[in-house]
Each structure stands twice: as C-alpha cells, then as structure tokens.
Design a protein around this ligand. Structure first.
Ligand code: PLP
Length: 375
C-alpha cells in the first residue's frame, strides 16, 4: 500500500486556524438535562433563561402540524405561501420578505451576501451573542462599539469607525438590556451608509413599533423578525428578514433551497390565522412583565431595569450573580447570566407565567433569607 504517512492524513491541520481559538456560541442548557441532574420531572423546571413563550404555540399551529400530510415532499425554495401570507399580514411587499431557519440564519445570510473575508462588522455590546459569533465564522473583522452606561448606542463612536466597516447590527428591543432605539438613532445609523441590520426579535412586546415600513429599494436598512417569541415557535425555527427587493433577490438565491421546512411553514401559516389569540397572549406577557418587575423590585438584593421585551435585566447587589444563578438552578429555576463583562453583576430573567413568577420570588426570598442568617 502506498499513500501518505498517517500523520499527514490528519485533516485537522487543514482547518482554518482562527476557528480553533474562536469561542463557540454559548447556548442555553436543555431543561431535561437539568431535570435529570436534579432528579426531578422535566415539567417541574421553571425555564426563564431563553426568552421563549411560556404559552407555547397556538392551538391552530399544533393542529396544522398534526394534520399536515406532505412531510415527504420537499418545501418550496421560494417560500411562496409563507411570503404571501406574511405580506398580507404585515402589509409589506412580497418581494421584500425572505424566511430563514430562525432569524439567526438570516443574520448569517446577510453576512454571506455582503462580506468578503476581512470586511468589518460593527457590534454594539452588551447585545445578542450571535452577531460576533457569526462575524467570526464568516472570517470578517469584528468591531465592537460598546453601548454607553445607560445602554444607549454610542453614535459618535459608531460614526468614527463606520469607514472601516460594511455592516452594523443593532437590536431593538435589545437583548439583554430591554432598551429600544429611537427614530433619531436609526436616522443617524442610516446616514453612515453602512448596511444597517435592525434585529426586532422582541418588537411585538415593545411600545415603540417596527422600522419594517422604512425598508424599500434604495435604502440601506434590513429588518429581522421572528416567530420564536411572540408566536411561540422557537423550536421550529421560523424567522424572516425584510430587505430592499434587489437584496432579497440575492438572499433568496444564496440561501439553502429548503431552509424553511414544511413543518415550520405549516405552523407559521396557522399562527397567522390565530394571530388574535397570539396577540392576546403577548398583551398578557407584557402585563406579566410589569408584575414581575414589581415583584423583583421587592427583593432586597435585586434591581430590575425597565424593559420593552419579554425579559428583565436585573442588577444584583451584594450577592454574586453567578452564585445566585446556580442557587436558582439547584431549585430547578433557570435564568440567564449575560456573558458581557460589564454585566457581571446582572441576571436576565425571561417573563413566564404567574406561577413561574411565584416560584421564582419564593426561591429568591429563601436565598435572601439564608444569606441574612449566614451573616
Ligand atoms: C436579539 C435576538 N435576535 C434573534 C434571536 C433568535 O431568533 P430566532 O429564534 O428567530 O433565530 C434571539 C433569540 O434569543 C434574540 O435574542
């Protein structure tokens, strides 16, 4: 037998070297694994770490999934049904919409469409971790422009580096701070000439409204939205981008042909048909957010920040946020610790159902009580 020696056949040396050093995306722990570790049934877990919708999908979506028959047929690459239905629902032209396997995929497609290796992407931390992650995977250059102390965008600093970048990601409401960007901020961002990607994953929970209507041919604005949060379809992965039509055309061309799978499409169409119920649930979650905020403010060692989304960022005072997260986890309550260094003393708590709030507050009081006792 001839051929290369075994050591030369180790393909690891052919990997892109920068990927080995790259941090992975810090995904949340699956709740069934925590349940197994704690030796409790999975339904006892109070899951407040993923900003998911605690009501679940609409009943019509569940019925559509059960009744759908053509799971053996490939989906429509051009997503006609889904785009037509959404176009009617949002009153946005059909040719501006492209669906993705979650809006996460749309972020990746935007980067693929606009970036060559080494091009710059502006990220405004603390914010959603997918932007830096996907930028690094794309081989692009990440330019961090941290938010100011009040978590607003630092527009002067963005303008100062705009010449070195092609794309900027901003989030409204922002994850994890819950803050929105204003019309004036958006105007200033658009004036830089960058590709401005506004991620509106939580906009249905905000009083501020969407920028989707501002997208048109000739503009440098892209808006990302999702069915994960307001419609409770996070596990099915249904997100979309709203683009200038000529950009949508390119994104449609470069995406995986079957990225919106038939189950996702069936559930998404049924969700639109059940929008009234889903919107009522959103109103309940917004009311519950305010209840949760009041309850958290009553915990002596927590300071909740105002939020326009379905989660609340909370500052911890006199208690280590990491230890608090772990103490809650030991009680089967999952909350998220943001990875940004400036948020070392913060936890992000998703808005759940009233019974989740009660379990959380009981646990927080218990933890607070034992702190007092151990002093
Ligand atoms: C700001 C933001 N954008 C996008 C997403 C993901 O959306 P999707 O489930 O549509 O990929 C999340 C999920 O937490 C998010 O926080």
């Amino acid at each position: 037998m001839t051929g290369r020696p075994e050591a030369d056949r180790d393909i690891r040396r052919l990997l892109r070297p920068e990927l080995e050093a790259m941090p992975g995306y810090e995904a949340i722990e699956p709740p069934d694994q925590l349940a197994r570790r704690l030796g409790i049934p999975p339904e006892r877990i109070v899951k407040l770490d993923g900003n998911e919708n605690p009501f679940g999908p609409s009943p019509k979506a569940l019925k559509a999934l059960a009744e759908y028959r053509d799971y053996h047929i490939y989906p429509d690459p051009l997503q006609h049904h889904a785009r037509e239905a959404l176009s009617l629902f949002l009153d946005i032209p059909f040719d501006q919409i492209v669906f993705g396997t979650g809006s996460d995929e749309i972020m990746d497609l935007v980067l693929r469409a606009f970036l060559a290796p080494g091009d710059g992407v502006i990220n405004c931390p603390p914010t959603f971790g997918m932007y830096p992650f996907l930028t690094r995977v794309a081989g692009a250059r990440l330019i961090d422009v941290p938010r100011r102390g009040d978590f607003s965008l630092d527009l002067a600093a963005i303008r100062a580096v705009a010449g070195e970048a092609k794309v900027i990601f901003v989030t409204s409401p922002n994850n994890p701070t819950g803050t929105v960007i204003s019309e004036a901020d958006l105007g200033a961002l658009l004036a830089t000439g960058l590709v401005v990607v506004v991620d509106e994953a939580y906009v249905e929970f905000a009083g501020s409204g969407t920028f989707a209507g501002r997208v048109a041919e000739g503009t440098n604005l892209i808006v990302l939205r999702t069915f994960s949060k307001w419609a409770g379809l996070a596990g099915l992965r249904v997100g979309y981008g709203i683009f200038p039509p000529s950009v949508a055309e390119v994104v449609l061309k470069i995406k995986q042909p079957y990225n919106l799978n038939v189950a996702a499409q069936a559930a998404m169409l049924a969700s639109l048909a059940d929008a009234e119920l889903l919107q009522e649930r959103v109103r309940m979650l917004v009311a519950e957010r305010e209840e949760l905020s009041r309850a958290l403010a009553g915990v002596s060692y927590l300071e909740p920040l105002p939020s326009q989304a379905n989660f609340i960022l909370c500052r911890t005072d006199g208690i280590d946020a990491g230890k608090l997260q772990e103490q809650l986890r030991q009680r089967g309550i999952m909350v998220r610790r943001p990875d940004a260094a400036v948020l070392r003393d913060y936890l992000r708590i998703s808005v759940g159902l009233p019974e989740h709030r009660r379990a959380l507050i009981e646990a927080l009081n218990e933890i607070g009580g034992s702190r007092g006792a151990s002093r």
